[in-house]
Design a protein around this ligand. Structure first.
Ligand code: ZN
Length: 343
């Protein structure tokens, strides 16, 4: 080996924490390796939390590390929330870790959203992390866009993550170009991300040349267009009269069950978007049924401006049936959604 290669090899050993090997190599090849240099590396190992390597190396180099220095490092690891290093170091020097301090640090870790260190701390003291601290941790993770960590925290707290926190997480993920957790967060929140944020996500993916992710984002943006939500809001007859419709009248109706045509109770709804496809119709049908208990209704398309439609349903005031139909056969401009058989 050339001198250069030897020096490089020694440095490689030292960087990896293999001090004994570096010292042996220096001895065999006659390459220079000073005690000062070894001391610098021992300090580095200790700073890294590698107490085992530091002690091993110091023994090989005949360098003494005083026990109080080691103890100082154990405390430093605890303060730096390097729980594993602290535990390891305390075992090496044979001094147990202070339990209250670990519980305190565990809480602190959780409050910062550092779930793995927090859990490790509680594992060491064999205690369950408190539910409220886990929830704080989960919310911190969500605010950081770390969906799986946040979900884990909530799972351990035995709580369902709130939709708002999930949406925050979803937005952060999407803004960072993380399409998969972004979409998952939204799905768990039972919400749909906006087309704009999905496009931002797609662009971010493209910048990082993650074309599959970009495609996923743009496809999702496309789908938002197709499946824009249909929001239905019940409106009063008074409100309907003040709307732009000249004649808010769906025509004469009669009950097909008891033939009553006088007492018909009508209800009106504004739908944010008119159904365009069979799927839309089914969605609206289901929405009307679950939200308002309406299984039979008429919809007048695009009548309330901005593509909004007017839904009208009627209940027979005499027998309570929803099978109220238009008495005239003229239903042009109306779409009737019939009651579907539920199986
Ligand atoms: Zn009736």
């Amino acid at each position: 080996m050339t001198d250069e290669k030897v020096t490089a090899y020694i440095k490689k050993c030292l960087d990896a924490g293999r001090m004994a090997e570096a010292i042996d190599t220096a001895k065999v090849t006659g390459a220079p390796l000073s005690n000062e240099e070894l001391n610098v590396y021992i300090r580095k190992y200790l700073d890294n939390g590698w107490m085992h390597k530091a002690i091993e190396g110091s023994k090989a180099g005949g360098i003494d590390i005083p026990k109080d220095v080691l103890l100082k490092y154990v405390n430093k690891y605890l303060e730096d929330e390097k729980i594993y290093s602290a535990l390891d170091a305390s075992r090496i020097i044979g001094i147990p870790l202070p339990m209250e301090k670990i519980a305190f640090i565990g809480k602190e870790c959780l409050h910062k959203g550092n779930i793995s260190s927090g859990l490790e701390a509680f594992k060491i003291i064999k205690e369950k992390p408190p539910e409220e601290d886990l929830i704080i941790c989960g919310n911190m993770c969500f605010k950081d866009g770390r969906l799986s960590d946040g979900l884990e925290a909530y799972k351990l707290a035995n709580k369902a993550p709130p939709a708002d926190e999930l949406t925050i997480c979803g937005n952060i993920c999407l803004n960072k170009g993380q399409i998969t957790p972004g979409l998952e967060a939204y799905k768990l929140a039972n919400k749909t991300p906006t087309k704009e944020i999905l496009r931002i996500c797609g662009e971010a993916c493209l910048l990082e040349k993650r074309t599959d992710d970009a495609r996923k984002a743009f496809v999702a943006a496309q789908k938002v267009d197709e499946s824009r939500t249909m929001d239905v809001r019940e409106i009063s007859y008074e409100e309907l009269k003040t709307s732009r419709i000249d004649n808010p009248c769906f025509g004469q109706k009669y009950c097909s069950d008891c033939e009553n045509r006088i007492i018909i109770k009508e209800r009106y709804f504004e739908v944010s978007r008119c159904p365009e496809t069979k799927e839309d119709e089914e969605k609206l049908d289901k929405l009307m049924k679950t939200q308002y208990g309406v299984s039979h209704f008429f919809i007048e398309m695009d009548i309330l401006g901005s593509g909004k439609g007017l839904i009208n349903c009627a209940i027979c005031g005499s027998c309570g049936s929803q099978n109220v139909v238009l008495s005239s056969g003229d239903d042009a401009g109306y779409m009737e959604i019939k009651k579907r058989k539920m199986d």
